[in-house]
Design a protein around this ligand. Structure first.
Ligand SMILES: Cc1ncc(COP(=O)(O)O)c(C=O)c1O
Length: 305
């Protein structure tokens, strides 16, 4: 078995403590157990496999990506296995833990200035600036630019793996809930689940003041749910896949992050907590008992608090 075999097939955990007082059951995919510590390992692996397959990446060629950290960790470890150097370009507002992890996985890191974000809060404008710099670096070094926001491998991998994994374990899921960064997880998984279970409701989670998918506008681009809620509509977004939207506040997310570790024994990151608080909100006041499945996107060890 190689390191790459550790990607995919994460356990589906029943959140019994969180579900205890709710009219339903919340199940969550333990994506934080992937070798790079997040759901993005799946997309990173697929990007590299597809790029080799279609001839856009050669042995030894450098790979460049703008990354808030998790895609970087995934690409760094996958690229190392394939023998490709990797350059991660990231806004400096992302947590220092993420940089440390990228260093550990052997990535070269280029930090970019923030436009309107602040430490711990990365905005869409910060990302756009980092993307411009990443593209320049890729051009100058004749490198392969992974382009996670536009790369359809990031959707395909969730259609081919995450969706089927969920369906195998929980064929009777009533609801799928996920936060949205590049949108790969939500789009690919929802598409698959809807193709095998027409009755399923797919719900997108957004920060309450940057709910662009729900409201079309961003009141405040700053929030703590790193890796998601960039205040932009992902290029491959399909509004019809989302049956509804749930917004969450920073305070709710912080509280749920604490509860997940102290009550449930799962030390996960902010977007994972956002997904679970959204699942809890969905279940509140429902009469019918429902099975919800969501994603524990990354590990709490990736953050400084
Ligand atoms: C912590 C975290 N949660 C959720 C996501 C969202 O995943 P996707 O890009 O598939 O929408 C990301 C993406 O980078 C992330 O880093």
């Amino acid at each position: 078995m190689s390191t790459l075999n550790l990607i995919h097939n994460t356990p589906l955990i029943f959140l019994d403590k969180i579900s205890a007082t709710l009219p339903g059951k919340i199940y969550a995919k333990a994506e934080y157990l992937q070798p790079g510590g997040s759901v993005k390992d799946r997309a990173a692996y697929q990007i590299i496999l597809d790029a080799y397959e279609n001839g856009s990446l050669k042995k030894g060629q450098t790979v460049v990506e703008m990354t808030s950290g998790n895609m970087g960790a995934g690409l760094a470890l996958v690229c190392r296995q394939f023998g490709n150097p990797f350059v991660a370009v990231m806004p400096q507002g992302n947590s220092p833990e993420r940089r440390r992890i990228l260093n550990a996985f052997g990535a070269e890191i280029v930090l970019t200035q923030q436009v309107d974000g602040s430490p711990g809060m990365v905005t869409g404008a910060d990302i756009a600036h980092a993307v411009d710099i990443a593209k320049d670096i890729a051009h100058n070094r004749n490198a392969y630019y992974a382009d996670q926001f536009n790369n359809t491998s990031c959707i395909k991998v969730h259609f081919d793996h995450t969706g089927p994994e969920i369906f195998r374990e929980l064929p009777n899921a009533d609801v799928f809930i996920a936060s949205v960064g590049s949108g790969g997880t939500f789009i690919g998984t929802s598409k698959y689940l809807k193709s095998v279970n027409q009755g399923i409701n797919c719900i997108a989670v957004e920060p309450e003041n940057a709910a662009i998918l729900k409201t079309g506008k961003v009141d405040n681009p700053k929030h703590i749910i790193q890796g998601t809620g960039y205040g932009l509509i992902p290029p491959h977004w399909e509004q019809t896949l989302a049956d509804d939207f749930i917004t969450v506040s920073d305070e709710e997310v912080r509280d749920m992050k604490m509860r997940l570790s102290s009550d449930q024994g799962l030390y996960v990151g902010y977007s994972a907590a956002a997904n679970v608080i959204a699942a809890q909100k969905y279940l509140q006041d429902r009469e019918k008992v429902l099975n919800i499945v969501t994603i524990l996107c990354d590990s709490g060890y990736k953050y400084s608090d």
